[in-house]
Ligand binder design. Sequence first.
Ligand code: FAD
Length: 283
Amino acid sequence: MSDLQELRLSFEFFPPKTDKGREKLKDVSSQLNNLEPDFFSVTYGAGGSTRDNTFNTVTTMKENGLSVAPHLSFGGDNEETMLALLKQYQQHGIDRIVALRGDKPSGIGGASQMTHADQLVTFIRENCGDHFHLEVACYPEIHPEANTYDDDIRYLKNKFDAGANSGITQYFYNPDAYFYFMEQCDKIGIEQAIYPGIMPITNFKNLARFSDSCGAEIPRWARKRLESFGDDIESITAFGLDLVTELCETLLENNAPGLHFYSMNQAEPVTKIVKNLGLHNRK
Ligand code: FAD
């Protein structure tokens, strides 16, 4: 069992587009901050489509005293634009970045010559030294574009060799996928911590659609059970809460170093899971 006080807890948001969304996020981030996360992170739209929105969300949260990390991909930007953005983050006291290739098709093939995330890690290290703690994306169920399992792990190692400090996984519901993945990472010599990404279950239809496209598997038995609830949100949420709490318990009992929650800008599902796990007063 991991030591409760040592566990790293982080919560992910997407940048809101409207004033109403911004107001809501202020409230949600303040509620989630009561759980004493180590940091929040804010996603970056494919192809840099949320560049300003992500930047504004991150700097506002930072001004409000929260520890926050932007996600960043090179998208359609050239190196000069990327560097300017990195320097701005540095000036605002941001010291952690989630460095990604970004989603296709708009995530690559723009003005930058970079095609994979390890190049972004190298670029940040070359231009900003060790200022930023760099997180990279990992895929226990393997990235959908990867040719083979071994290739994906080898490319992940490239990201760590380029200077990434730790990893955050795509969400998954089968803990064995994470445990096997960690064994393979260990075998290839990856020593950095890899934090499981946890997606609470609230809206099954959206989750099923998204899971198909990003290669995250909802086990058949759970999918069938969730489907049987139809539009009964209460039953979906209750079942999802039990399933995800158990998943987190299994991960922590088997030494996962912490948890990263995909909050979908909602406080309640994450708060319930964190409280079920007894992590709300871990410090
Ligand atoms: P890479 O590490 O570059 O890997 C992409 C694919 O290329 C993999 O199949 C890999 O095996 C392969 N590959 C890597 N290097 C090489 C190489 N040298 N030669 C050949 N093949 C190679 N998307 C967003 O748009 N915005 C976000 O904010 C965002 N946040 C995320 C946060 C987390 C924690 C995770 C897990 C994912 C996130 N994503 C986000 C999704 C991510 O951008 C996509 O999964 C994307 O398709 C891959 O990004 P990556 O950084 O893993 O790319």
